[in-house]
Design a protein around this ligand. Structure first.
Ligand code: ADP
Length: 476
């Protein structure tokens, strides 16, 4: 018999995405269906989402959800079973989902997502006449107050909090306790107080029945003060219910043999036409002695370590390499890469967000660079593996778990899939890039690495089984 679960998040592919969280939330229902679990996904009713899903059927409403009327719309859309929280005073806005048109966080973000969590708790506690989940799976700080609200209701529904990035806490000033409908007596060090503020993520870490994160290495790192962003101590108190479950990718969407956005191929050799197209798209000055064409597809933020890549670019170019970057975010980094593109004909930069261009980049690239300072799982190295773009990654989090470093033993055994480096410095990255170029100049060795990567099992199967195991334990 199929069992019922509610998944709660602020973004979900293909409806709305700012990062890897959306990929995971969008892929989980399909993956869990194979494990006997039907997931219903609760999302905020951003205008762009409602435009794609249609109006559905109203299954619940409230005259005053954190300051305005709200309703829940149920529908099937984009292959998902959805509950969309339509609350115009919270979600119907110009700009991005988290940011206003000036690129600043919406000041009421804590309230916008507390409302989402409030409704999730209501659903879990029986607010819908004909559906009730056995478990609630909440993602990141935006859904992390759900376990706390359930606790306030004395509801027994178990919860799993998945931490996709511990850097984002969803903090609010202490004065917002009432506005967020939170009990003052739990605004303490063992509750959801965090350095004088209300922390949604901490609330979830304390109150969720179990916690997971998106790779085994990041699960260990979360206990370490240098990665835990101040929450390592809290997480340590929950270590017995902390799981590291590696993200998969949607191998139907990300399949170089059938991808409609590229010139499809099944072997590394088949990448050549895509490589030529990519060189043209970015207007790169290519020549006969070319080294590897490297790409970056990323948010431009301090986490991603792209400042050290900027430092290492001259060294990559001297060795014959090329760089094409697609990303947006930090204006300082945007300008820095734009300057590099202006200075060097073998560097191309697109500031912006483009799903189709990202596919074309993985298809055309020889290597994908991911020099993150921390990386809970990381998806672009997985897309790189799948598309024969050899990942060069920092040895951290999910990057360490998914790329087999081309050390001597791995090369001799013919199992290497990429390169790992550490620490995250321009010097260490420069060494890795020198190594990449040297491997690239040995076509048989390089093609072997590409083939190894393309043959990796990157789908959701194994991880869905682990989640099913966790769900089963929590629901008894
Ligand atoms: P994070 O969630 O920290 O941003 P991940 O590697 O887990 O990092 O996921 C990022 C996702 O967003 C990947 O699917 C990646 O391809 C995509 N992405 C990031 N920046 C862009 C961009 N500028 N254009 C298209 N896709 C992007």
């Amino acid at each position: 018999m199929t069992r019922q679960a509610l998944s709660v998040a602020s973004e979900c592919v293909p409806l709305v995405k700012t990062g890897g969280l959306a990929d995971v939330v969008g892929a989980l229902p399909g993956a869990m269906a194979g494990q006997g679990w039907a997931l219903r996904t609760l999302l905020p009713g951003y205008p762009a989402v409602l435009k794609q899903t249609g109006q559905g059927t109203i299954v619940w409403s409230d005259d005053d959800l954190f300051g305005g009327p709200a309703s829940l719309r149920a529908m099937q859309a984009a292959g998902l079973d959805l509950l969309i929280l339509d609350a115009p005073h919270l979600y119907s806005r110009e700009g991005q989902i988290y940011l206003d048109t000036n690129g600043r966080d919406w000041p009421d973000n804590p309230k916008r997502y507390a409302a989402l969590s409030w409704v999730a708790a209501a659903i879990a506690d029986g607010a819908l006449p004909d559906w009730r989940p056995e478990i609630v799976h909440v993602h990141d700080w935006q859904a992390a107050l759900t376990p706390t609200y359930l606790r306030m209701r004395n509801a027994q529904t178990p919860t799993l909090l998945t931490v996709h990035n511990v850097a984002f806490h969803g903090n609010a000033p202490a004065e917002w306790l009432e506005a967020l409908r939170l009990p003052a007596d739990r605004f303490t060090a063992v509750g959801f107080e965090f350095y004088g503020q209300i922390s949604a993520l901490k609330a979830g870490l304390v109150d969720a029945t179990a916690i997971s994160t998106v790779s085994p290495t990041y699960a260990r790192e979360l206990l370490d003060p240098s990665f835990g962003m101040g929450l390592d101590g809290v997480i340590a108190t929950r270590a017995s219910v902390l799981h590291g479950v590696l993200n998969g990718i949607d191998t139907a969407i990300w399949d170089p043999a059938t991808d409609p956005l590229i010139k499809p191929y099944k072997t590394p050799r088949g990448k050549a036409r895509n490589r030529a197209a990519l060189i043209e798209t970015f207007g790169l000055e290519a020549g006969a002695e070319d080294g590897p064409l490297c790409i970056v597809v990323s948010r431009l933020s301090d986490q991603k370590g792209l400042d050290i890549l900027a430092e290492a670019v001259p060294r990559l170019l001297e060795a014959g390499g090329m760089l094409a970057l697609l990303g947006s975010g930090d204006p300082v980094l945007e300008a820095r890469f734009q300057d590099l593109a202006d200075a060097y004909p073998r560097v191309g930069v697109r500031i912006g967000y483009s799903e189709p261009l990202s596919h074309q980049m993985f298809a055309g690239a020889d290597a994908v660079l991911v020099p993150s300072r921390f990386e809970p799982c990381g998806l672009t190295q997985l897309y790189g593996l799948r598309y024969g773009a050899v990942p060069v990654v920092a040895r951290t989090g999910g990057l360490a778990d998914t790329v087999i470093d081309a050390n001597t033993m791995a090369l001799n055994a013919g199992v290497a899939t990429g390169l790992q480096f550490g620490p995250v410095t321009a010097e260490a990255l420069g060494h890795a890039l020198d190594h990449l170029v040297a491997l690239y100049r040995q076509p048989a060795v390089f093609a072997r690495m590409q083939r190894n990567g393309m043959a990796q099992a990157l789908g959701w199967g194994p991880s869905a089984a682990v989640y099913a195991d966790i769900y089963a334990k929590l629901t008894g």
